[in-house]
Write a protein that binds this ligand. Sequence first.
Ligand code: SF4
Length: 436
Amino acid sequence: MATATQPESLKVVQPSVPETKPDPKPQRLPLGPIQTVHVFWLAGMSCDGCSISVTGATNPGIEGLLLGTVPAMPKVILHHPVLSVESGEGFTQPFKDAVAGQLGAPYVVVYEGSVADERIAERTGGYFCAMGMEAMGEGEGGESRPTPTATWLKRMAPGAAATIAIGTCATWGGVPSAEGNPTGAMSLMDFLGKDYRSAFGLPVINIPGCAPQGDNFTETVFAVLLFLQGLGPLPTFDELGRPAWLFAETVHRGCTRAGYYEEGVFAKNYGDPECLVDIGCWGPVVNCNIVKRGAINHMGGCMEAGGVCIGCTMPGFPDKFSPFYKAPPGAFFSTAASMSVGAVIRRLRRLSNRHSNTEVRWDVLDHVPSGWGNLKAQPLALKVTELFYQKWQHFRAKKPGRPPGEEDRFWGGDRPGNRADYHDHSATREDTDDRS
Ligand code: SF4
């Protein structure tokens, strides 16, 4: 965010921007094999975290898209205020060409950060977020002024094949639009309006997250480009324009700590391995795939790294999830329920876990040949429980092994080698061979 004060004489000639609706100039672009596609990256009220996360994408990686080495993908020409080599007029000219319809190739607009209400800044002759300069007066030597990125968005969105909001600031307003903000910051949906459609008839595509996973972005771009190539169906988006296959499930359903929640075991301190809901995790009600996908290259992610979910992918973020790091009110009821049921489930599972942690052979011989600990195969109580459990497990089902009545086992008569080869001699109970 930046502000600048302009001379009094300039204020009168400033166009009143931004309006909250784009110019309705739908342009139809041909569907079919596309050689190249331009991606115009605009940054509003952003921390550049979305850009950083996209550079970490691996599947597909941004390098493959830029080099045109991803199968079935057109080559992507990225115009990015930080990553592009060009600067000044050389950088902004393609943006102007796109606005003028002179680019000669389809383009996608990506907007990072929320859209400030530049009318507020304009009252004092300043601006919040801008890129490039444009002349304000007639002829050479006239005054010029920074062009708000909101203005670029308004001009470019109608002709774009797709407009993608990346990150929670762009998708839902995010932190810059929190209660009490002075900028009137808003999301792309709020700025462009309900009736906005791209040149291909798409509303704004939303990829939330603070920062979003880079792979969520590149995968969505990949899917949209496949569609634009005529090689794939239009990817499924939910009612808020999120890629449905990425945001349909809650964090909790894919969380590696969800088993603890189910068994009613909760962390009390940061660093504990159990479920984090008691120390402020909102994962059960938040649509996000961070734990399934990981942060970068399938590594990390909030709960994997020990952090609670603060709902950063949600339209209600941040106001509806604050104060952060305090247990959500609903957690009181759900944790009480899972603690009471989970206590029973946990104990039963422990029994089964113990039973499955022994070879059948160890159970029969009542001996575990482990050098790591002095283990009994199974205590009597467990044997009785498991007897019942096994009956139930194999009820009307074929049991593994030989038919009932054939008592000999592999480690009996057919045991390889000589008895003396076996150090512990514990395997002799059914050993009927005479090779020793
Ligand atoms: Fe669910 Fe959060 Fe617990 Fe994971 S840490 S199981 S997302 S409540």
